[in-house]
Design a protein around this ligand. Structure first.
Ligand SMILES: [Zn+2]
Length: 182
């Protein structure tokens, strides 16, 4: 098991198109194990492959006090209702934003054993995570869903990462674009 470093906003890999997983083999299962470790190492409840620099349609989710699981080639097949939720992302550390998500979400995917799964969740953290992580494999981040700049808040100092300025420039650009659209 290896903890993989997290890629941050500003890293192009977060925006690249991802490839479908063709075969759920031992390489993929090893990657799933690494992703789960990496997710827990950063106290996340979800992690998508692009966040560790791998352009594959693969995510892991680990709700508090529940067993973590992988979703391979996840696709949202149904969305119903809307609700405003507070959201953060391991790739945008230190920030939290208000975004509009669905009340009820259904995802179709393969499990880490290669079995077809359908998951439906409603009005909870899992529903939010299903949309957030599926966004990641489509090159989207939650900051893309912000309506106005005031929808995002800086929560705590980010530490000693040297690429702070560049990352925050992309965040600023995102918000400026959104504001212009208002
Ligand atoms: Zn994220």
């Amino acid at each position: 098991m290896t903890i993989r470093p997290i890629r941050y906003l500003g890293d192009p890999v977060l925006r690249l198109p991802t490839r479908r997983v063709r075969r759920v083999n031992s390489d993929i299962q090893l990657l799933v194990t690494d992703m789960i470790e990496s997710m827990y190492a950063t106290n996340g409840v979800g992690l998508a492959a692009p966040q560790i620099g791998i352009s594959l349609k693969l995510v892991v989710i680990g709700m508090p006090d529940e067993n973590p699981f992988a979703l391979i080639n996840p696709e949202i097949t149904k969305r119903e209702g809307t609700r405003v939720v507070s959201e953060g992302c391991l790739s945008v550390p230190g920030y939290s934003g208000s975004v509009t998500r669905s009340e009820r979400v259904t995802v179709r995917a393969l499990s880490a054993k290669g079995e077809r799964v359908h998951i439906t969740s409603e009005n909870d953290l899992l529903a939010q995570a299903l949309e957030h992580e599926t966004d990641h494999v489509n090159g989207l981040l939650y900051v893309d869903h912000l309506n106005v700049a005031s929808d995002i808040r800086y929560m705590h100092p980010r530490g000693d990462d040297q690429s702070d300025d560049e990352d925050m420039e992309e965040l600023d650009d995102n918000l400026v674009e959104k504001s212009n659209r208002e």
